[in-house]
Ligand binder design. Structure first.
Ligand code: ADP
Length: 370
């Protein structure tokens, strides 16, 4: 059987009327990029959250129509509330539409973001979340890094989440170190092509926020997908965030990216809780000297220039990496280490910004020694 082409899929979609009766769903701009992979056809329909019911019916109809085309092995049609980023972005108007009153029982949603990948965003997110927890707060972690969901691994969690009730409509969050965890990796197949991931991130995140049986909590830390593309902008715009933390390495290039990240949140009026400089310097275990391999201090200077709080710096440390990668995050497993105190310091500042100085215990002086 020859594989169906994009043109054939489009032709079929053009035969389906748009819900408002004006033209078809393609001309109405409802259909996102179509991805075809070995007979598997995937795309999303842009949804106006106010008409979710109609759109769900349309989704089923469209999926059936495409699945019936010759050369189609499987059709996957998702709903997305993504909007074109060229649209004017204003004060959280669309977030109130998508996730109206935030997430019931969750006091603050905060994003941990980075302008590019590989700077230690996820490592920072998990340790910051655990540090918030260690301060006595109720904490959850939502892994929204659709390009490389790593929270289950960093938490040392295996398997899939269980259904929370007999209907199977909601799932239980997973739990470790007293923190509730859910990952976009539970919803996105590992084989899903990268190009398809951006458009589906908002609907997957909305699903995780709404359909996971989260407990009441003070802070939910969202590990964002790295970068500042359309998908990230949509997330920043449509999620009712209390604030964002930007992670950057001291390298110039990363800082330029970090600045883009900062601008993205500014543009959609999400408060910036601060910048964390990761892999800031390195203490050699042989000579015990501090090596500033990436030209340390860049993020601090940049934060001051941009008027964004500088939360602190995290050294490059093999132990941090080993702990993180083996599912034993340092804050949970070494509560008295200087790293833990460092993350707790940053967590205190974050919470103080969120709540106006509710946790004001004086911060200890932290000395890293090897
Ligand atoms: P991102 O989420 O930005 O892609 P990760 O948190 O996955 O980055 O980190 C990338 C790699 O760098 C991981 O192997 C992680 O363990 C390691 N890493 C992150 N921060 C540090 C650090 N401060 N010291 C040593 N290794 C680190």
């Amino acid at each position: 059987m020859t594989e169906v082409t994009k043109e054939q899929v489009l032709a079929e979609l053009k035969r389906i009327a748009a819900p408002d009766g004006r033209g078809n769903i393609v001309s109405a701009g409802l259909v996102t990029d179509i991805v075809i992979n070995e007979g598997q056809v995937m795309f999303a329909l842009n949804v106006d959250p106010q008409h979710l019911k109609t759109m769900e019916q349309l989704q089923v109809f469209v999926q059936k129509a495409i699945a019936a085309l010759p050369g189609v092995k499987k059709a996957t049609v998702a709903l997305t509330a993504e909007r074109a980023p060229t649209r004017e972005v204003g004060p959280k108007v669309s977030s109130t539409q998508t996730l109206k009153n935030g997430v019931p029982g969750v006091k603050h949603l905060i994003a941990v973001a980075s302008g590019k990948g590989g700077v230690g965003k996820s490592t920072t997110a998990i340790n910051l979340a655990l540090a918030l927890k260690s301060l006595g707060l109720r904490v959850g972690v939502l892994d929204a890094d659709v390009y490389g969901p790593s929270m289950p691994k960093l938490f040392g969690l295996h398997g899939k989440p269980e259904a929370s009730d007999a209907t199977g409509k909601r799932m239980k969050p997973m739990q470790r170190f007293g923190v509730e965890v859910a990952s976009i990796g539970f919803l996105v197949d590992e084989d899903t092509p990268m190009i398809w991931r951006g458009p589906m991130v908002m609907s997957a995140l909305t699903q995780l926020l709404r359909e996971v049986a989260w407990s009441e909590m003070d802070v939910m830390v969202i590990d964002m997908p790295p970068g500042t593309g359309d998908a990230q902008l949509t997330l920043a715009q449509q999620t009712p965030l209390s604030g964002a933390v930007i992670v950057s390495t001291p390298q110039d290039l990363a800082l330029i990216d970090a600045r883009k990240g900062i601008n993205m949140f500014k543009k959609v009026n999400v408060p910036l809780l601060g910048i964390i400089e990761n892999m800031s310097y390195f203490i050699c275990d042989k000579c015990n000297k501090r090596h500033e391999i990436f030209g340390h201090g860049g993020a601090k200077a940049e934060a001051a220039r941009l008027g964004v709080p500088f939360l602190g710096e995290v050294p490059l440390d093999l132990k941090l990496r080993e702990r993180s990668d083996s599912g034993e995050p340092i804050v949970a497993t070494e509560p008295d280490s200087p790293h833990t105190l460092n993350y707790q310091n940053m967590a205190r500042q974050v919470w103080a910004s969120l709540e106006g100085g509710a946790l004001t215990k004086p911060a200890p002086n932290i000395v890293f020694e090897n």
